[in-house]
Design a protein around this ligand. Sequence first.
Ligand code: IYR
Length: 221
Amino acid sequence: MMKDGFKPYDAQRFSKEETAKRAKAYYNFIDQRRSLRFFSDKWVEQEVIEHIIMAASSAPSGAHKQPWTFCAVSNKEIKAQIKVAAEEEEYTNYNGRMSDDWLEDLKAFDTDWHKEFLEIAPWLIIVFKKAYDLKDGQKAKNYYVNESVGIACGFLISAIHHAGLVTLTHTPSPMNFLQKILNRPQNERPFLLLPVGYPTDDAVVPELSRKSADQVIKYFT
Ligand code: IYR
């Protein structure tokens, strides 16, 4: 007897060999992802953005509350407003708010307070976390909000890469200006800002290597 409210799980079934192949192929694929700072203005259809966001929204969340809103902005005036406000904050960050150690750690990335990509990329996705839900003006609790929204952002970045597009996880700080510009309700707080589009033909990325398996995995077998 199945409990009310449950249904059988329609599992994908692969052979051992196929499982090994798929795990390796996905690693090789996702390991090609890079954070990009050089965006082309080439258009990306809204349908593509919608599928990417719905992939993100399929992420697990505390008590299945899906405590997120994804604002997808292609409007030029709004992108310009976001760029101006982000650069204002970043100017202060790079000129006193960030520690010397932090600035030193960022040297390899050749970043500064200029954020032209916020206007050039065809889309900005701004992820808001819902600290709580508002139902008929009443507060309803959400759980593990940061964890849930963080996982959804991981799904989002993976979906962007899968579509052959690029992004940058941009966190201007503080970023309350996003709540104002996008007119979000009081229960929504900005979490992450991601420009999405195609890279320019001459885009470059820093030469980085990633940690090896034995640096990041401790087996207890
Ligand atoms: N938010 C700033 C600074 C910055 C911080 C980290 I941590 C980075 O990995 C990269 C940049 C900026 O976007 O320039």
